[in-house]
Design a binder for this molecule. Structure first.
Ligand SMILES: [Zn+2]
Length: 431
């Protein structure tokens, strides 16, 4: 499926691995054709970026930068941009057309899934995504905390991770089953189940204590009598969950596909809404008023429609895709802050570029979509002082693509250079 010798071969041709993934100590002058800094309306020809000790120290016209003894890395034909950020990933999942979600959760041991996650992390980083908010291990417990640690310690290459650990669901309101399975067997759950204020408080505190950076809650799920999505937690439970998370300094991400679930989550004080396909104009306006960000996960819908509903890329969108597109346009018109969150894991890790490409297809300019994956995403992550822009003082997470993604978003399919924290993970072959 994903063989490491293939990767090693590719690496011999096109990339360099830092022996230690810790912050790079060398100084580099990066010389692409153009630089886009994460906020401007255009990329700048002839600019360069100086990196020292893992941080960006200068950006601007190359002839105005005193590089000292820095090693120059020439990146001809490329545009350098801030390392990309995907705010909705699942490193512990792989495409459902390879293995259905139920089978991943029920048949793949946690140790195996953890090794898969490490490989997914590497694929993600080499694609130019240097930061992920990973929204739940889907039945693999707290293994995301260990993957994050292994990446931070340089054991395996991967993006910076902000993890949600197990995620929190209302009792019997998430898969596998219980509907469709024998009622007399206890199945492992894809998330931590809770009912009642005391239980949701305990779940938040357990997950926070075990290493969650964010708390993820499912505000609705397919619990209706006909399988339709309906709210799960009561307003009281949701408010208690958000209060406990916020007291501990952790923001809350709410999965919600229905307008009613979104409304309850927003009123409870969550920080981001995931999916939001059924969101009404009034609810998106309320999100804007309350500063709740939106992660549209357009690529997840397209992928599941491909796998399960005979959708073929390029053909007219299915009703489910039209609903997601309508939500995206409504949110945009309402002025909601929209970040890049793809739900990758439903589709192939490393194909995260499909989400900004979908955003452009639905009306964003390439620069808007790139902001959603850089400066806007960093703000949603509360990391705007460290990540998401190319500016002095920020961490040296910078990536280059062949061509110019600020004018053609498809350039994101061709990563040429990846640096995270000043360490080089991918670079073009030397001439
Ligand atoms: Zn998800």
């Amino acid at each position: 499926m994903k063989s490491s010798w293939m990767w090693l071969f590719a690496c011999a041709l096109a990339c360099v691995m830092q022996p230690s993934g810790a912050a790079g100590n060398a100084d580099y002058l990066l010389r692409p054709d153009r630089v886009w800094n994460g906020t401007d309306d255009v990329s700048h020809a002839g600019w360069a970026v100086l990196v020292r000790g893992g941080a960006i120290v200068a950006v601007g016209p190359a002839n105005g930068i005193d590089a000292g003894g820095a090693q120059t890395i020439a990146l001809p034909g490329t545009t350098l941009v801030p390392g990309l950020i995907d705010l909705h990933s699942h490193l512990f999942l792989h495409p459902y057309n390879e293995t259905p979600w139920n089978d991943q959760v029920l048949k793949e041991p946690e140790a195996y899934r953890t090794l898969e996650a490490a490989q997914h992390a590497r694929d993600t980083l080499l694609a130019g995504f240097t930061t992920l908010r990973d929204l739940g291990t889907e039945g693999a417990g707290y293994a995301d905390v260990s993957v994050k640690r292994a990446i931070d310690e340089g054991m395996v290459p991967g993006p910076r991770l902000f993890v949600a650990t197990r995620a929190i669901v209302a009792t019997a309101s998430y898969g596998p089953g219980p509907h469709g399975f024998r009622p007399d067997i206890d199945l492992p759950s894809g998330a931590q189940e809770a009912s009642g204020v005391d239980a949701v408080l305990r779940a938040v505190r357990e997950q926070a204590g075990h290493g969650a950076d964010w708390i993820k809650v499912y505000a609705d799920y397919r619990v209706g009598t006909d399988g339709s999505a309906e709210p799960t937690f009561t307003a009281t439970e949701l408010k208690a969950l958000v209060e406990a998370a916020h007291l501990s300094g952790r923001p809350v991400a709410a999965h919600s596909a229905t307008d009613a679930g979104m409304r309850m989550a927003v009123d409870a004080g969550v920080d981001t809404i995931e999916h939001g396909y059924g969101g009404s104009e009034a609810t998106f306006k309320r999100m804007r008023e309350r500063g709740v960000a939106y992660l549209p996960t357009l690529t997840a819908v397209e992928s599941t429609e491909q796998y399960f509903n005979h959708y073929v890329q390029g053909s007219p969108p299915t009703p489910k895709m039209l609903e997601a597109e309508h939500a995206f346009r409504t949110a945009r018109a309402a002025g909601v802050e929209i970040g890049c969150g793809s739900d990758v894991g439903v589709f192939r890790h490393g194909d995260n570029w499909r989400e900004p490409a979908a955003m452009v297809r639905l009306g964003m300019t390439p620069v808007e979509a790139l902001r959603a994956c850089t400066s806007v995403a960093a703000k949603i992550l509360r990391q705007q002082g460290h990540l998401g822009r190319i500016a002095p003082g920020l961490r040296a997470d910078v990536v280059a693509f062949d061509g110019d993604p600020t004018t053609d978003i498809q350039a994101l399919r061709h990563p040429a250079f990846v640096m995270k924290d000043g360490a080089v993970y991918r670079q073009p072959p030397s001439p």
